[in-house]
Design a protein around this ligand. Structure first.
Ligand code: GAP
Length: 511
């Protein structure tokens, strides 16, 4: 059997997303805009459903979490206080021959990953040679080739990460040269110096150049929550511990952006900042790590597709941090971050604004700056996770093939397809009548063109969980067939029972 490579699968998902109206390249008629995408008629529904589910899970299911919708533009000092002006950088390097730009850290990390691959190959070879008695740990410790490669990786690590920490970009460049890393396009080692590149987009606010201020497009939604901490706490009468949730656009001028929805320059985040008493942050951090993993599993995706990656090297503001990684077609990669951010942000805003951002604890009669545990997930990355898990090519018993998106019913862009078997004999009129009773509760889709088989295939490709077919018997006894996308089984049910049958299947699972 031919197994499609992961890269092939990724390409297929991208072209499926375009062909079926989920995701288009931005400004496509002008050949697109790098790492910017538009959501089409079915993509926007799926995206809205994911956002709504996240919002419900956070705000509606937690009495002590409320929402905000802060503006994208913020006072420029916000980004000074948050550290983004000085430190939201990636090291970049250009190849002088191909004129392509790369992230220096990614070039080195990819180089290490290649050596790691060699090790894995040796391990796998040995595993199949030795069978059951294979002791991987011992093999790794004693095989000379594996040891030599592991030593190489360790040597790179111990030089590269401290160099980055010291901001010693000259040494990073030297390392790239010493490792003999070549540009994948030109094959040359003709590199420029390594420079730090700030990822924030800036623009001018104001009418004339002289009095215009440089302001930024927010690179994360979180700061809109921090600066509103007291407004929210007072007006919604929140008591610690409590959370503030927000969804919205964020912008980053990513240097390398060739991974579809995974790394975009304009994307959407869903963030929640949980304000806690200092000293209790690590308990809440563990709580939110588990809660968020449960949320992911409630999407019906198996747990093998997820893993935690605990950060060993912490950002200056964090005292614990972990990612929830997802097995995308491009490998295990970050989908969500859970960070214990201490009082870094509120403390910094207090300092820069000169305004107190403290909480008065009526139980202990104390004032303090709360600590924060943050959950931060990319909406577009979640969309990509749901889409790539749902995409399936199936060979059917009759030898034909179908592409089906097995999106969980509660997230599916369209819930019910309403299909008159033929375009005559009063069937379209009856179908419209049924559609009218369903469309106020569910996103429905009416289609009368093409053979019924083709219409089913199209609905499978859009991930529509139910197809209702109105046939001649419907006119006699007011029954229809209801077809299940996944099993392709059809059942006859009374028209009055459709709504209930659909509701039962699309109710969200509790977690
Ligand atoms: N407030 C914390 C914060 O912004 P982050 O790890 O930089 O943390 C959080 O981003 C999440 O936002 C990531 O886990 C990812 O899902 C999403 N994200 C970040 N950069 C992205 C990009 N360029 N394109 C798409 N999603 C992105």
């Amino acid at each position: 059997m031919h197994m499609a490579s992961n890269e092939d699968v990724f390409k297929k998902i991208i072209s499926h997303a375009k062909e079926y109206g989920f995701v288009f390249p931005s400004s496509e008629i002008y050949d697109g805009l790098s790492a910017v995408y538009d959501y089409g008629p079915f993509g926007v529904e799926l995206k809205n459903n994911i956002r709504e589910y996240w919002w419900k899970s956070m705000v509606q299911y937690h009495e002590n979490i409320v929402g905000v919708d802060a503006a994208i533009f913020m006072h420029p000092t916000v980004w000074k206080a948050s550290g983004h002006v000085d430190a939201f950088n990636d090291p970049m390097i250009d190849n002088k021959d191909s004129k392509k730009r790369y992230r220096a850290d990614v070039l080195i990390e990819d180089h290490m990953a290649k050596i790691e691959e060699k090790i894995l190959k040796e391990v796998e070879k040995a595993r199949s040679r030795f069978g059951e008695s294979f002791d991987e740990k011992m093999f790794r410790e004693t095989n000379p080739r594996v040891k030599e490669n592991q030593d190489k990786i360790d040597a790179i690590r111990t030089r590269f990460y401290p160099a980055l920490d010291r901001n010693d970009l000259e040494d990073v460049k030297k390392l790239i040269e010493e490792l003999g890393i070549v540009c994948p396009i030109s094959g040359s080692r003709n590199w420029t110096e390594v420079r730090q590149f700030n990822l924030m987009f800036s623009t001018q606010m104001g009418s004339v150049n002289e009095d215009a201020n440089e302001i930024y497009l927010r690179p994360e939604t979180a700061q809109g929550i921090f600066v509103n901490f007291l407004n929210v706490q007072k007006t919604a009468r929140m008591k610690i511990p409590f959370g503030i949730a927000q969804t919205g656009k964020a912008f980053r001028n990513e240097i390398v952006a060739r991974q579809f929805l995974f790394r975009m320059r304009e994307f959407e985040q869903m963030e929640m900042q949980y304000f806690v008493k200092p000293g209790e942050e690590l308990t809440w951090y563990e709580y939110w790590k588990q809660q968020r993993m449960k949320w992911h599993l409630s999407l019906g995706i198996p747990k093998e597709k997820y893993r935690f990656h605990n950060h060993e090297k912490l950002a200056h503001y964090a005292n614990a941090a972990a990612d929830i990684e997802f097995h995308f077609p491009i490998g295990f990669k970050e989908l969500e971050g859970i960070h214990s951010r201490t009082d870094f942000d509120l403390g910094a805003h207090q300092k820069y604004s000169g305004k107190k951002l403290q909480y008065f604890d009526t139980e202990t009669n104390e004032n303090y700056v709360p600590y924060v545990v943050e959950t931060s997930i990319g909406l577009d990355r979640t969309f990509l996770a749901v889409l790539s898990h749902a995409y399936k090519e199936e060979k059917l018993e009759d030898g034909s093939e179908r592409v089906v998106l097995s999106i969980p019913a509660f997230l599916a862009p369209i819930k019910v397809a309403v299909l008159p078997l033929v375009k005559k004999d009063g069937l379209p009129e009856k179908a419209r009548e049924i559609m009218d009773t369903l469309m106020y509760d569910y996103r429905c889709f009416y289609e009368e063109k093409d053979t019924i088989g083709r219409r089913y295939r199209r609905m499978d490709a859009l991930g529509t969980p139910f197809a209702i077919t109105i046939d001649h018997q419907t006119l006699k006894d007011n029954t229809v067939t209801i077809r299940d996308r996944d099993t392709m089984r059809q059942e006859r049910i009374e028209v009055s029972k459709i709504s209930e049958a659909v509701r039962e299947k699309i109710s969200t699972s509790s977690f």
